[in-house]
Design a protein around this ligand. Sequence first.
Ligand SMILES: Nc1ncnc2c1ncn2[C@@H]1O[C@@H]2COP(=O)(O)O[C@H]2[C@H]1O
Length: 543
Amino acid sequence: YYVWLQVMIFPVIYNWVIIILRTCFTTIALSYLPVWLTLDYLADLMYMADMIITVHTGYLDQGILIRDVAQLRKRYLHSTTFFRDLVSLLPTDFLYFVFGIHAPLVRINRLLRIPRLNEALDRMETRTSYPNTFRISKLMIYIFVLIHWNACLYFALSSYIGFGSDRWVYPNMTDPAFASMRRQYFYCFWFSAQIFTTVGDTPLPKREEEYLFMIADLLIAVLVFASIVGNVGNVITSLRDRDNVFFPNHELVKAYLRSHHISKELRQRIDSWYQHLHINKKIMRENEILQQLPVHLRTEIAVSVHLPTLSKVTIFQSCEKSLLEELVLKLTPQVFSPGEYVCRKGDVGHEMYIIREGKLAVVADDGVTEFAVLGESNFFGEISILNIKGNKSGNRRTANIRSIGYSDLFSLSKEDLTDVLSEFPAAKRHLEEKGRQILTKMGILEESGEQEEGEAEKVETKIGRLERKLEILQTKLARLMSELESSHCKMQARVEQLEWEVAAIEPQLPEDGGGEREKGRSEGVAPLMTGDTGPIDSTQLHT
Ligand SMILES: Nc1ncnc2c1ncn2[C@@H]1O[C@@H]2COP(=O)(O)O[C@H]2[C@H]1O
């Protein structure tokens, strides 16, 4: 349907441009008559096909897609669209027999199909990846059609007043320079464009008709001019807004730095950081941008953008997809400049980092000795946030990490990491193992801590086992309770039934039946009835 809408742009624009052209420029109309007639009927065929396609196009009714043709037909036939479509296809061409073939104005009803053009352009605008370019192009098309109509009307008015009768109208056709068809159209278009762009370099009108034409044109021109300015302004604003959403606002930061007399060197570093972001299209505020989307779509986007990076990270390679999906939404992009420290030894750790791009060095306190170089898909900063048992440095950073060039990292906060790892113990063990290796190498891992940890682990396993057993026992108890309850209910029903049966037998017993009963009682037989009508209770029955 979307493709068809795009196809429909052609016949609609054709009618909007050509009908008025042929009406006003009779030479153009008559010279290419066979071409125009062919195109006319081709456009009519497309109009017809459009009506058929509309009947077969489903629509959403309270979120449900209706595709039933009977329903679709009913809806279309009862709509104003159908009426308008029908009028736009009325065979007004028969009026050629009355007004002659040189009166294409009889087809003016074809212009009624304009809503189709608007619908097509609206849909394209929402789908295009370049909405601003599209908006400007759309505006240009509208302005072109407007100038074209005005050009045609100017030529028609000139013809009515008389070509060359004064300086304002179209020059006399006897002048060979103005006789050709192309020159006629281009001159009129140029004249009309001059008015609409408010250049105002047109000859002064002489007659009242000319004044009226100019006044109407100038009024429209004001609107055209305002809409051009407004639209272009909107495009510029939306481009700036987009930049401000994608990247931190540079202008604002610059103004702040200036007002606080920040050193030139630092300002330059900040400028080059901004430059790096823009040139390499490093979007810093992904989470904010995607915030407006529903969670499932946000996850899908984040997964498709970042999963390739995450799945290259060793600890996450063996992880389930669900862990990565959870993780991916919690990552915050960060960019570090050359020579900048990501973390310094002894600082309290609040987050760990995954390297997306770039190189970072693990450096000694002298800032020169490099212990290791970390590259793409490596991670660091996990030791201080994992609470590894026996880690002498506690929650402090164990090393200095410095960015060699520009480095593009993902940071993951301690809270988010703890959240995710609580559900994925295998990944936690993996991370801790790597941390422990580094700590052992550095000699800052207490053995007793490790043993303690081992014991703690054993206790944890035992607790886990006991918890599971307790759970099983609880389930069994619940089952027994429900069985007991159901047998109790059955018993009660049985007793009630017996009561009714006894009550039914009672009146038929012989007179001395009471004596028998007394006898039975004295012999120790449990009584079934406490009175003549009173019910027995279940405890009595049990005894
Ligand atoms: N020798 C090393 N090789 C690789 N990474 C290291 C080395 N030493 C420290 N790190 C990492 O550097 C990080 C500094 O902060 P953390 O102590 O939180 O966690 C540390 C480790 O992830």
